[in-house]
Structures are given as structure tokens and as C-alpha cells.
Design a protein around this ligand. Structure first.
Ligand SMILES: [Zn+2]
Length: 409
């Protein structure tokens, strides 16, 4: 039995005393939650008797649908990848892989990780045939790695698991091929009938990229600080293309990562009335030990900057479920659904939150994980044992990740 399953409890139980926030059903209030045989049985009036069910006291906690993290890296055949089981420490029951593999290595990802993991992993398929295969060179610098028909074929053969196409657009991943990569990825997404998620980083000109995106396509790393802030085009005001894209239904995702969230850019966007649609971590080997750590820490940064708790929950459950076309099964506590539940508290104290550009902010509260219910199985944070691969000197060359940067002095 794997570490996450040891000491877990299943069956028939009620989470009592919490505040249930379920944006998909428009529910926010003190309710108890009945789970039976791995499914949500009912939302109950507080204190309602339930014969034969065990009680868990979750007084004072927030009880939300299992979190859907739209952007992480879960294939350890890539140096970026980490074990997706780690998601269960902090309420994430649907970690989505953001293009760690492409059509040539997705099969191995599926056989060795996705089909074997206790946590449900979904995936965006990279337009580069090997995904993010190495930290040392851009995966789209050599365009021979791009094959649209094979990418579409793989999507269509794996529609239960593949929820979109991914392209990393920027001078690092693409060299001179930014716009060619975008067009190939759009063609593959259209052929597969799925949304496209674009990573944007230095060298991606959003004035050219955004008008090409369709409603439902996703921009991740929205608040990156590269080139003076991509959503500002290096100027002071949000690009008109950004506002137009939002009006057209393009989704703006956080995708924090080790190099992609700037306090300064976020605050400036906020001042101009522009926030996130979805919150995601971009969790990978170089962000998991800081500055990201996990989904609840990322969500805490937006609690600190004044977002409401229901808005934060919606951006971490119902909205990402909509992006990947899974509202019928994910992101809500509606009766009959698979029992995926995140239970977390709000801890007062003095906390320092890092962005990915060396700036910190002090906060006086944060979300803390208490319990994850994964398909009806209760998992406590300390029951999840995950091994991270050791760092290599090659990791240091990437210039990313708080522990590496700090140790480099
Ligand atoms: Zn990523």
C-alpha cells in the first residue's frame, strides 16, 4: 500500500461544523457534508443526525470542493517533474500537468504515473513532441520537434485524460519560433477539440499572441515580471489586447512557478481592475521548496492582497473545472459527485510571502491544510510521503527556485 493510503479512512462519514463554500452550487455557509461510498451524499443542516456515519469535527474550517490545480509538472521523466501524490497534502485532488510531455513521451507518462497514481492527474499535451524534456535548451527552438497531426492523434486517443494543448511561448523555450509555435499549437488544439494553454515569458509579444487566442484558451504566468511585465507591454497601462482578450473569454491564469509571479506586476494590474480567472501553482522541482510550496500557499497570497475567500475558492475549483470542460464531474460538492473535498483552516500569525522575483510581502494570515478527501478516502497532510529528486548542478544553471538562488548567495 502506498504512503497516502496508509492510515486512511473511508466509508460513511460526516464532516461537521465547517463553512462549506461551493461556488458551483452557489453555496456558502455553515453546513455539514455527508460522504458515502466515495461519493458526496448530501449537504446537511448543521447537527443533523446521521445514523451509522462517523463524524469528523471540522469546526472553524473551510470545506471546499477538491482543488483543481490547472498548472503543475507531474512527469518525473522530465527534470521539472515531481510526484503528483504531493497534491493530496493540501487539498488538491485534480492536479493538471501543463505540458511536461508531448506526443512522443505522453504514453510513458500515462503508463507510469497517470494510470498508477492515487490522485487523478489530467494533462495538457505539449506541442513539442517531448514536452519540457530538459532545462538546458528550449523545447521549440528546433521546430523539427513540432508535429501537429501526431499531437492531434494522441489527444483524440486519450480524451479521458488530455484536456488541452500547451505551448511555452518566449525566447527561452522557442528562440525565434514564438509565433510559429503558437500557430501549430492552435491547429493542434482545434483538431483535438480542446483549449490551448500558453505559457508567456520574455520575448512573447502579447500584442501579437492574444488576438490569436480563442474564448476558453488560457494564458498562464499572467503576472510575470519579464520585459517590464508582459501584460503591460513594458509600459504603465494594461495592453488593450489584454482587456480585449478578457472580454472575448480568454482565461488569465496565475501559474506562479519559480519565475512567473511578480508582486509588483500583480499590484499594478489590481490597481487597474485586472485580476486572475484561475489560480494555479506551476508546481515543479524548482518551485516546490519555494517560492510556491503548494496550492494553499499560492491561494494565501491572494487572501493577503484582498481577494474574498469565495472568489479564491472559485478560482481554484469551479473555474478551472470549467476551463478543462469538466464541470459535470469536478470542482463542486453536488450530491452524487465523486467525494473530492479540500478542508483547510485560516491561521493568524506573521508570514512572509515570496514572489518569483526576489520580493517579499508580510501577511497576517494564511490557509493551512487540514484534510483532503480523495474519492471518499480521508488523507491527512502528514500521511503523504513524497520523495523529491536531489538537485543537480544543472538545476543551478537554470537560475530558478528559491533554495537554489539563496544557496548560490
Ligand atoms: Zn509550468
Amino acid at each position: 500500500m502506498s504512503p497516502a493510503a496508509e492510515g486512511t479512512r473511508t466509508g460513511d462519514f460526516v464532516l461537521r461544523g465547517g463553512r462549506i463554500i461551493d461556488p458551483g452550487q452557489g453555496v456558502d455557509g455553515p453546513l455539514d457534508l455527508h460522504v458515502q461510498d466515495g461519493r458526496i451524499a448530501a449537504l446537511l443542516t448543521p447537527g443533523a443526525a446521521m445514523d451509522g456515519a462517523n463524524d469528523y469535527d471540522v469546526s472553524g474550517a473551510i470545506v471546499a470542493p477538491g482543488l483543481v490545480d490547472l498548472h503543475g509538472h507531474w512527469y518525473e521523466g522530465s527534470p521539472w517533474g515531481i510526484d503528483p501524490l504531493i497534491s493530496l497534502r493540501g487539498g488538491v485532488t485534480t492536479p493538471c500537468d501543463a505540458g511536461t510531455t508531448g506526443y512522443e513521451n505522453f504514453g510513458a507518462f500515462r503508463r507510469t504515473i497517470i494510470d498508477r497514481s492515487e490522485v487523478r492527474v489530467l494533462a495538457f499535451l505539449h506541442i513539442g513532441s517531448l514536452g519540457c524534456a530538459s532545462m538546458l535548451a528550449g523545447e521549440l527552438e528546433d521546430f523539427r520537434y513540432v508535429r501537429v497531426p501526431e499531437t492531434i492523434e494522441t489527444i483524440l486517443a486519450n480524451r479521458d485524460t488530455i484536456v488541452g494543448v500547451k505551448a511555452r511561448l518566449g525566447r527561452g523555450p522557442c528562440g525565434p519560433n514564438v509565433m510559429a509555435a503558437l500557430e501549430a499549437a492552435l491547429e493542434a488544439a482545434a483538431g483535438g477539440g480542446v483549449p490551448l494553454m500558453v505559457h508567456v515569458s520574455g520575448g512573447a509579444d502579447l500584442r501579437a499572441v492574444l488576438p490569436r487566442l480563442r474564448a476558453g484558451d488560457v494564458v498562464t504566468h499572467t503576472f510575470i515580471g519579464d520585459d517590464g511585465g508582459l501584460i503591460f507591454g513594458g509600459g504603465d497601462r494594461l495592453l488593450p489586447e489584454v482587456l480585449d482578450a478578457r472580454r472575448r473569454g480568454v482565461v488569465f491564469d496565475v501559474g506562479h512557478g519559480c519565475g512567473s509571479f511578480s508582486w509588483e506586476i500583480y499590484h499594478r494590474a489590481q490597481d487597474q481592475g485586472f485580476g486572475f480567472d484561475t489560480i494555479s501553482t506551476d508546481l515543479h522541482r524548482l518551485s516546490v521548496e519555494g517560492p510556491v510550496f503548494d496550492m494553499l500557499t499560492t491561494m494565501s497570497k491572494f487572501l493577503h492582497t484582498g481577494s474574498s475567500i469565495p472568489d479564491i475558492v472559485a478560482a481554484s475549483t469551479w473555474h478551472p473545472a470549467a476551463v478543462i470542460g469538466r464541470k459535470h464531474e469536478l470542482g463542486t460538492l453536488a450530491p452524487g459527485r465523486r467525494a473530492d473535498v479540500a478542508v483547510f483552516g485560516i491561521e493568524p500569525g506573521a508570514f512572509v510571502f515570496h514572489d518569483a522575483f526576489g520580493r517579499t510581502e508580510r501577511a497576517n494570515r494564511r490557509f493551512v491544510p487540514l484534510m483532503t478527501v480523495n474519492g471518499g478516502i480521508v488523507v491527512r497532510p502528514d500521511e503523504v510521503n513524497v520523495e523529491l529528486r536531489p538537485y543537480t548542478s544543472g538545476d543551478r544553471a537554470v537560475g530558478c527556485g528559491a533554495p537554489l538562488m539563496e544557496s548560490a548567495g
